[in-house]
Design a protein around this ligand. Structure first.
Ligand SMILES: Nc1ncnc2c1ncn2[C@@H]1O[C@H](COP(=O)(O)OP(=O)(O)O)[C@@H](O)[C@H]1O
Ligand SMILES: [Mg+2]
Length: 232
């Protein structure tokens, strides 16, 4: 479904991604792990078109997308839950969701009511401003906002960051539920246990390069892989 081939991405003169190649399959969770600053967010930005790669190709559903503007990539079915959530603090929950649905794809299952069914807490708080929500509620809103566009692939950049352990468990349950609907997920995480509990395939990035790809079970069982590439 998503094919990233030999992608090189820069910020001005800083060469961040050095030939990243990866695959994300339909209906599967693909975990992307790696220490801070190795280029995970840059990879997400490359896929969604915020920082297009200077070299390499990115295909979605077989079509090259690496030269398309982000709104067009989104329109084709790639949703984004950005790192740090980035909800609109001075808009209400309902308004944040409306913005997410502004360019929605036709025929998909997600409406405001469906998002409220997944996250009843958001229905209770629909008139509250984004800035008044707890971290966990803001994360629900960021996910709900992305779902409103009816994506077939959801890119999630560190969704568990800054959340209390109990809330992380709720997040894990939500992601498992979304996976069951057939939604493909690319999950960038520092919480390795969370990522490995959901992932069908895992990649580890180090200094802008893929240094491991394959069975998530191997990361769980191979201490050498964990200490060398993840520092845990
Ligand atoms: N807008 C930017 N301009 C210049 N350098 C950046 C920018 N954003 C990130 N970087 C640098 O790119 C590298 C990778 O960052 P990032 O992709 O955010 O890593 P990660 O998400 O894995 O923590 C880091 O060295 C970071 O300092
Ligand atoms: Mg990041």
């Amino acid at each position: 479904m998503l094919e990233v081939d030999d992608v090189h991405t820069y910020y001005e003169h800083s060469h961040i991604l050095h030939g990243v190649t990866l695959r994300a399959q339909a209906g599967a969770v693909t975990a992307i792990l790696g220490r801070n600053g190795v280029g995970k967010t840059t990879l997400i930005r490359s896929i969604i078109g915020f920082t297009p790669p200077r070299r390499g190709t990115i295909r979605f559903g077989g079509e090259p997308i690496q030269r398309l503007p982000s709104y067009e990539i989104s329109r084709r079915g790639v949703g984004l839950v950005p790192q740090g959530r980035r909800i609109f603090p001075s808009l209400t929950v309902a308004e944040n969701l409306e913005i997410g649905g502004a360019a929605r794809r036709a025929g998909g299952p997600w409406t405001r009511d469906e998002v409220y069914r997944l996250f009843p807490r958001l229905r209770d708080r629909s008139g509250h401003y984004g800035g008044q929500l707890s971290g966990g509620e803001q994360q629900m809103l960021a996910i709900g906002r992305a779902l409103m566009s009816n994506p077939s692939l959801l890119l999630m950049d560190e969704p568990s960051e800054g959340l209390a352990p109990l809330i992380v468990r709720e997040l894990a349950a939500t992601l498992a539920e979304l996976k069951k609907t057939g939604l493909a997920i690319v999950l960038v995480e520092q919480n390795i246990a969370l990522a490995l509990s959901l992932a069908d395939t895992a990649y580890i990035i180090s200094k802008g390069r893929v240094v491991f790809d394959g069975d998530p079970e191997r990361i769980r069982t191979d201490e050498e892989v964990r200490t060398r590439h993840l520092g845990v």
